[in-house]
Design a protein around this ligand. Structure first.
Ligand code: COA
Length: 156
C-alpha cells in the first residue's frame, strides 16, 4: 500500500488534537493513551529514517500511519484495498530516533465501498519510556477493490 496526498474534503473534527496534556518533570508534554482505540502498530525509528534536521522524516511517519490505518479496515474488507485519500494529517510534535511509537486506530465511518479511519501516534521518548507524547493524528480513507482494481461494495 502506497501513500497519496489529496485535498481534504472530509476533515475529521470528531477527535480533537487537544487531548489533555501535562508536563513531566523533564519538561516533556505527556498525555494519556486512548481507551476507545485499538493498538495496531508499534515501531522504533532508526537513524536511516531521519530528515536533514535530524528528526524523523515525515514521509516515513506517513508510511507507518498508512500501514497502521489499514489494519482495522482489512478486518472488515477481508480482501483487496487501496488508500484513496489522506484526508487529514497533523504532525503535532517531531518524532526522534529511538522513540517507541504506538499507533492507535478506530474506524470513523463505513460507507458503501470505503472506510474512514482515524490514526493517532504516541511516542515514548528515549530515556522517558512509559510517558506518552502525542506526535501525529491522521484521517485516511481506504476503498475495497475487486480483482480489476475497481471499487467494490463492502459486505457487512
Ligand atoms: C481507490 C480507487 C479504486 C477508487 O476508485 P474511484 O473510481 O476513484 O472511486 P469512487 O469515486 O467510486 O469512490 C469510491 C469510494 O471512495 C470514496 N472517496 C473517493 N475519494 C475520496 C476522498 N478524497 N476522501 C474520502 N473518500 C473518498 C468515495 O466516497 C467512495 O466511498 P463510498 O462508496 O463508501 O461512498 C481509485 O481511485 C484508485 O485506484 N486510486 C489509486 C489507489 C492507490 O494506488 N493508492 C495507493 C497509492 S496513493
Amino acid at each position: 500500500m502506497l501513500l497519496c496526498s489529496t485535498p481534504a474534503p472530509f476533515l475529521d473534527n470528531t477527535t480533537p488534537m487537544t487531548t489533555p496534556d501535562s508536563r513531566a518533570a523533564n519538561g516533556n508534554l505527556v498525555t494519556k493513551l486512548p481507551t476507545d482505540q485499538e493498538l495496531v502498530l508499534k515501531v522504533i525509528p532508526m537513524p536511516g529514517d531521519c530528515n536533514a534536521n535530524g528528526d524523523i522524516f515525515g514521509g516515513w511517519v506517513m508510511a507507518q500511519v498508512d500501514l497502521a490505518g489499514s489494519v482495522l479496515p482489512a478486518r472488515v474488507v477481508k480482501g483487496r484495498m487501496a488508500t484513496v485519500a489522506v484526508n487529514e494529517f497533523i504532525f503535532k510534535q517531531p518524532v526522534r530516533v529511538g522513540d517507541i511509537l504506538s499507533f492507535y486506530a478506530r474506524i470513523n465511518r463505513i460507507g458503501n465501498t470505503s472506510i474512514s479511519v482515524v490514526v493517532e501516534c504516541y511516542a515514548e521518548r528515549f530515556r522517558s519510556q512509559g510517558q506518552f507524547v502525542k506526535v501525529t493524528q491522521a484521517t485516511l480513507t481506504y476503498v475495497a477493490i475487486d480483482d480489476d482494481g475497481r471499487p467494490t461494495p463492502i459486505q457487512r
